[in-house]
Unconditional design. Structure first.
Length: 513
C-alpha cells in the first residue's frame, strides 16, 4: 500500500480493539492496525477482508511494527490505543512518542485511571504531542456498533479526533432520547445525535467514564436487590421475576441493564434445565473502577455511599465460604413470615412487586445524584467546567447505563445548568415525593424479612440525610470537643468562629498498674 494513506491507527487487537477497528472501518475510514503478537493481526485481517466493508470505502491495513503503523498514517496522525490500563499503556505510549511528530494525537480508549491520563497528557504535551484519554463504554457490542464516547484532552486534540469519534458513536433520536438500533457489519445507522462529546481537559474523559462505572455498579446492585426482594419476599420464580423486569423496562425504568436482566432471568441452564441465574455462583468479580469512584468520593468528601455500598456488596458476596459458614451460626428473622410481613405492608403480592419497582427508581435517582455531585466536585477541583447536560446526553445510548431517564437528567440540567443536586430538580423532587411511601415500605419489609439491601437502604439514608435541615452531627461535634478539644461552631454565631467548652469531666476511677 502507498505510505501515509490510513486515516487512523489502532493498537491492541483484543476484542474491544478489534471491534472498535471494525466500527471505524465501517464508517469509511482506513484503519492501520497493530498488535504486539503479529499472528493476531494477521488472523484479524484475514477474517475481515476489504469486501466485508461493502461500499463504505473503509478497510484495514496490517502493520507488523509500530514504525510501520506510524508510516502508514496521514498527518496529523491519530492513533487509538486499546491495551490494558497501567504499564501496558505506558509502554505503548513510550514506544509511539519516539516515532511520531508534534501535532500528532494519541488516544487512549482503555479504562485508565484519570490521574494517569493527566500525567500522560502533560508529559506528551511537553513533546508537542496531543493526547486524548477517552472513556469508551458499551462493552464489546458497543465498541462494534456504537459506543458512548467520553473524550478528554486539549480541544485541538478533540478536533482532530472528532470526525471519527462522532461517526462511530451510538446514535440517539434527539426528540425521544432513545438509542437508534439496527447497525450491522458494513451497515452503520444513519442520522441521530452522536453519543460522543468533548468532556474537558486532560483526565476529564476518563474521570467521567470512571463515575459512569461507579453508577453502573450501583445500578446493577439495586437491580439485584429488587430481584432478591421479588423472589424471596414476592415468592416469584426466576421466570416470573424476568416478566416483572420486562414490564419495568416498558416504563420509567426502561434501560439496558433492566432489559438484559429480564433476558437473563428467563434463560435456562443448557446443562441442568434450571433457571440459569440459579446455577451461577453468587461471588461477584470487579476490575476496580467502582472502587476508584468510591475512593475518590471519600477523598473529595462527597457522599457517594450508595456507589460504595455497591462495591462492598460485591466484596461481601466474594466471601462465599465465610457466608456459608455464618449461615449455620447466625440468626435472622423467621422467613416463613415473609409473606405475612409483605401482605401486612402492601395488601397483595402485586402491589409489593410494583412498590419494589418504585423503590428501585427512587434509589436509582439517588445514586445518579451522588455520581453527578461527585463529578461537580471534581470539575471544580480540576477546573474542568464539565457540562452535565451533555454528559447525560452521551450516556443515553451506547453505554452500559443507557436509560430512558437520562433524558430527564439532560432536561434537568437544561432547566438549570448550575443545579446543585438532581434531587432538587422539580421532576426528580416530584418522583420521590410520589414514590417515597412505597420505597420506605419496601425497605421496612426487606429489613423485617432479613433481606440485605445495602444500596436501597443507603440511597434512602442519603435522601433523608440530604433533606434534613438538622442532623445529629451537633452531638457528634460535641463528642469531638469533649474527648479531643476539636472545637465546635454554634448555631447562634457565624460559621467562621470556633468554640471549645471546658467540659466538666467527671472523676474516673484510677486503674492500679
Ligand atoms: C462499559 C463497562 C466496562 C466494563 C466494566 C466492568 O462501560 O462498557 O463499564 O468498562 O464492563 O469495567 O467492570 P467490572 O469488571 O469491574 O464489573
Amino acid at each position: 500500500m502507498p505510505e501515509a494513506m490510513a486515516d487512523v491507527g489502532l493498537i491492541g487487537l483484543a476484542v474491544m480493539g478489534q471491534n472498535l477497528a471494525l466500527n471505524i472501518a465501517d464508517h469509511g475510514f482506513l484503519v492501520a492496525v497493530h498488535n504486539r503478537t503479529k499472528a493476531r493481526t494477521d488472523a484479524f485481517i484475514q477474517a475481515n477482508p476489504a469486501e466485508s466493508f461493502g461500499a463504505t470505502g473503509g478497510g484495514l491495513v496490517a502493520c507488523d511494527e509500530l514504525g510501520d503503523l506510524v508510516r502508514a498514517l496521514k498527518r496529523p496522525r491519530r492513533i487509538v490505543i486499546m491495551v490494558q490500563a497501567g504499564a501496558a499503556t505506558d509502554a505503548v505510549i513510550d514506544g509511539l512518542a519516539g516515532l511520531i511528530e508534534p501535532g500528532d494525537c494519541i488516544v487512549d480508549g482503555g479504562n485508565a485511571h484519570w490521574e494517569d491520563t493527566i500525567r500522560r497528557e502533560k508529559a506528551l504535551a511537553e513533546k508537542g504531542l496531543l493526547f486524548v484519554g477517552s472513556g469508551v463504554s458499551g462493552g464489546e457490542e458497543g465498541a462494534r456498533f456504537g459506543p458512548s464516547l467520553m473524550p478528554g484532552g486539549k480541544r485541538e486534540a478533540w478536533e482532530i479526533l472528532e470526525p471519527i469519534w462522532t461517526a462511530i458513536a451510538a446514535k440517539v433520536d434527539p426528540e425521544t432520547g432513545k438509542p437508534i438500533e439496527g447497525a450491522r457489519p458494513g451497515k452503520p445507522v444513519a442520522g441521530g445525535e452522536a453519543c460522543a462529546a468533548y468532556i474537558g481537559p486532560d483526565g476529564a474523559g476518563h474521570y467521567v467514564k470512571m463515575v459512569h462505572n461507579g453508577i453502573e455498579y450501583a445500578d446493577m446492585q439495586m437491580i439485584c436487590e429488587a430481584y432478591q426482594l421479588v423472589r424471596e419476599m414476592g415468592g416469584l420464580t426466576a421466570e416470573e421475576a424476568g416478566e416483572v423486569f420486562a414490564a419495568w423496562n416498558r416504563g420509567e425504568l426502561d434501560s439496558f441493564l433492566i432489559e438484559i436482566t429480564a433476558d437473563i432471568l428467563k434463560q435456562r441452564d443448557p446443562v441442568t434445565g434450571q433457571p440459569f441465574v440459579d446455577i451461577v455462583l453468587d461471588a461477584a468479580g470487579q476490575k476496580g473502577t467502582g472502587k476508584w469512584t468510591s475512593i475518590n468520593a471519600l477523598d473529595m468528601g462527597v457522599p457517594g455511599a450508595t456507589i460504595a455500598e455497591a462495591v462492598f456488596a460485591r466484596c461481601i458476596s466474594a466471601l462465599k465460604d465465610e457466608r456459608v459458614l455464618a449461615n449455620e451460626i447466625l440468626y435472622g428473622p423467621d422467613t416463613s413470615n415473609s409473606s405475612t410481613i409483605r401482605d401486612d405492608l402492601f395488601g397483595s403480592r402485586d402491589s409489593f412487586v410494583s412498590a419494589v419497582g418504585e423503590a428501585l427508581y427512587c434509589a436509582k435517582i439517588c445514586s445518579y445524584a451522588q455520581g453527578f455531585q461527585l463529578m461537580a466536585a471534581a470539575s471544580e477541583h480540576y477546573g474542568w467546567s464539565l457540562d452535565f447536560g451533555s454528559i447525560a446526553m452521551i450516556w443515553r445510548g451506547g453505554c452500559i447505563i443507557r436509560a430512558r431517564f437520562l433524558q430527564k437528567i439532560k432536561e434537568a440540567y437544561e432547566r438549570d445548568s448550575g443545579l446543585r443536586n438532581l434531587l432538587l430538580d422539580p421532576y426528580f423532587t416530584e418522583v420521590i415525593a410520589r414514590s417515597q411511601g412505597p420505597w420506605r415500605r419496601v425497605v421496612a419489609a426487606g429489613a423485617m424479612g432479613g433481606i440485605p439491601m445495602p444500596a436501597f437502604t443507603s440511597a434512602l439514608a442519603y435522601y433523608d440525610s440530604y433533606r434534613h435541615a438538622v442532623l445529629p452531627a451537633n452531638l457528634l461535634q460535641a463528642q469531638r470537643d469533649y474527648f479531643g478539644a476539636h472545637t465546635y461552631q454554634r448555631v447562634d454565631e457565624p460559621r467562621n468562629k470556633s468554640f471549645h467548652l471546658d467540659w466538666p469531666h467527671p472523676e474516673r476511677p484510677q486503674i492500679e498498674m
